[in-house]
Ligand binder design. Structure first.
Ligand SMILES: O=P(O)(O)OC[C@H]1O[C@H](O[C@H]2O[C@H](CO)[C@@H](O)[C@H](O)[C@H]2O)[C@H](O)[C@@H](O)[C@@H]1O
Length: 372
């Protein structure tokens, strides 16, 4: 068995990281599971990330994980006014640019994609209590009356459904690795949209969930969340002086799982399969399911706050189509074009979208009645 660690340098944020270590028991996997591509110079060449491979012996550390954890909270940075001005200039508010955004939708079908945590619900200490308000739910419900709407979340699909509770939406859970279309009554035709590209990883994810839960249980505040096709190790409630310990425990468990990688969200370490499937792929899959694979007649609007949402923003850039909106109060490296400061502004934007649609429809009806 060879032990190798990989530190992913996300080309956009420079903060995401991953590791994979040759595992001892390949029996859990079928040959269909794509293996990481490692070139002789030690760089992983995925579509979207470069991974620098560092050899390490037993007990060695993966440099930078702790630093990355420290840097990962957007609230740590307090931008100076110059930063803030340049940020606002390059990533203006989606509310103040609303008319321009709507102009881009002329002749196109808008499709709405919404991240959950930090976008529809505020960030709170207890992940099980990240409720969205009824007002936000009503806003999303109204949006879905006029536009195909999907929730794209890192959470387990059923869990995020239990928060949102709207059966007319598409749901992409586990960072897009678990996609399901609207419930029966809301479906057009009989087709069921379902996509689970990481199915074979389920036994492994369960195994790692149990091991991690056991390993970190002595660290006050540490919490492992099972998101079905991926895991979240939360450190929001762990004292900062113990983050290094937590990182070491996580590394000690996943070093034996070459097919798993580690990335970061907001005060959370995310563990997921190395397959090339992320929120960007989920967005493309959903557009295809909606009949917009190669179409120029669609305007996807994607709203998200996290690093994992960047994969979706990049897809929109690549397609040269759609509107990426980052939810953030502080400057961040992003491929999104616009910003909203917090879930409250997301709700205002969604409500405006519905009002704009209602107005367009009544104008259309008026014009038709004048013609008739
Ligand atoms: O893709 P998302 O819907 O944004 O999910 C990403 C992770 O969100 C949740 O964690 C985050 O929100 C928690 C509740 O506010 C907060 O306590 C935690 O610190 C944040 O990282 C969720 O619990 C994770 O499973 C998701 O992966």
């Amino acid at each position: 068995m060879t032990n190798q660690s990989m530190v992913i340098s996300d080309t956009q944020s420079g903060l995401a990281m991953a590791m994979a270590v040759a595992r001892s028991d390949p029996a859990l996997f079928s040959s269909a599971v794509p293996k990481p591509l490692i070139s002789p110079n030690g760089y992983f060449s995925g579509k979207k990330v470069l991974i620098k491979l560092e050899s390490f012996g037993n007990g060695a550390r993966i440099n930078g994980l702790l630093d990355s954890m420290r840097a990962s909270s957007p609230t740590r940075r307090s931008p100076d006014s110059e930063d803030q001005n340049s940020w606002t200039l390059h990533h203006p508010s989606a509310l103040s640019m609303f008319e321009e955004i709507m102009k881009a939708s002329e002749g196109k079908q808008i499709a709405v994609f919404l991240d959950y945590d930090g976008t529809l619900s505020p960030i709170v200490d207890d992940p099980d209590r990240a409720f969205m308000t009824n007002e936000m739910r009503d806003a999303v419900k109204d949006v879905a009356k006029y536009f195909p709407t999907a929730i794209v979340s890192g959470r387990c699909r059923t869990k995020v459904y239990n928060f949102v509770k709207l059966s007319e939406l598409y749901y992409a859970g586990s960072h897009g690795m678990d996609i399901k279309g609207p419930a029966k009554g809301h479906r057009k035709g009989n087709q069921t949209v379902l996509c689970q590209p990481a199915r074979e990883f389920l036994p492994m994810i369960d195994e790692v969930y149990k091991a991690l839960t056991e390993k970190v249980k002595y660290i006050p505040g540490a919490l492992v969340e099972n998101n079905k096709f991926c895991l979240s190790v939360h450190y929001r409630c762990v004292e900062e002086k113990r983050w290094g310990e937590l990182a070491d425990e996580v590394k000690s468990v996943i070093k034996d799982y070459q097919q798993l990688r580690l990335s970061q969200g907001r005060k959370v370490l995310e563990i997921r399969p190395t397959i090339k499937w992320d929120k960007g792929d989920a967005l493309e899959f959903l557009l295809e399911s909606l009949g917009f694979a190669e179409s120029s007649n669609v305007l996807p609007v994607y709203i998200g706050d996290d690093r994992t949402d960047e994969d979706a923003f990049k897809v929109l850039r690549k397609r040269e189509q759609g509107i990426g909106i980052l939810v953030s109060k502080v400057p961040k490296e992003t491929s999104a074009s616009y910003t909203l400061q917090e879930p409250l502004e997301v709700m205002q934007f969604l409500k405006r979208l519905v009002e704009w649609k209602k107005m367009s429809l009544s104008l259309l009806r008026h014009l038709e009645s004048c013609r008739g």
